[in-house]
Design a binder for this molecule. Structure first.
Ligand SMILES: [Mg+2]
Length: 168
């Protein structure tokens, strides 16, 4: 557990998360941020590509679990359509709900990772929890406030070389 804003792994999108990348780190539980990580804020259901990605991970023994800060029904609707468990009102960066998801799935910190698009909620929360933190680019930055936040977060993202890339 550490108060760190630096992700352990940096990728472009969730589709860059492959089963072997997780399995060689002994990760069996992947916690998922929802908004701007799995889908844009506008509320689309899971895409075919996302469903295929989920099946590939699950067929390799990796469980998925949504942990979202949303306060609306959106996380529940999306999680049901996606076929995964979820917790909303998670209050990330508090590690409380991340730990709850791990307890519900009987996994320890070494076996768990979280993927999200925000440094100050997802990555800080995962690092506080002692689990592997994976940052991806937000799907959409239409809102100027999101763009500003992304700009502020950028140095922390860039401190981690993109996974699978030799030079940057
Ligand atoms: Mg997000």
């Amino acid at each position: 557990m550490s108060f760190s804003l630096i992700p352990n792994i940096r990728l472009n999108t969730v589709f860059d998360i492959k089963p072997d990348m997780l399995l060689r780190r002994n990760i069996r539980l992947l916690l998922l941020d929802l908004d701007n990580t799995l889908a844009p804020y506008s509320g689309q259901p899971p895409s075919d590509a996302l469903n295929a990605w989920k099946r590939e991970l699950e067929s390799n023994g990796i469980e998925l679990f949504i942990v979202s800060n949303t306060k609306t029904e959106r996380a529940g609707c999306f999680a049901e359509a996606f076929g995964v468990s979820y917790l909303n009102r998670a209050g990330k960066p508090s590690p409380k709900m991340l730990r709850k998801a791990m307890i519900l799935r009987s996994k320890n910190a070494d076996e768990t990772a979280l993927v999200g698009d925000q440094i100050f909620t997802d990555i800080l929360g995962a690092n506080l929890c002692g689990i592997t933190s994976i940052i991806v680019k937000p799907i959409r930055l239409k809102n100027p406030l999101f763009a500003l936040r992304y700009f502020i977060e950028k140095p922390f993202r860039l401190l981690r070389k993109r996974e699978g890339k030799k030079n940057e």
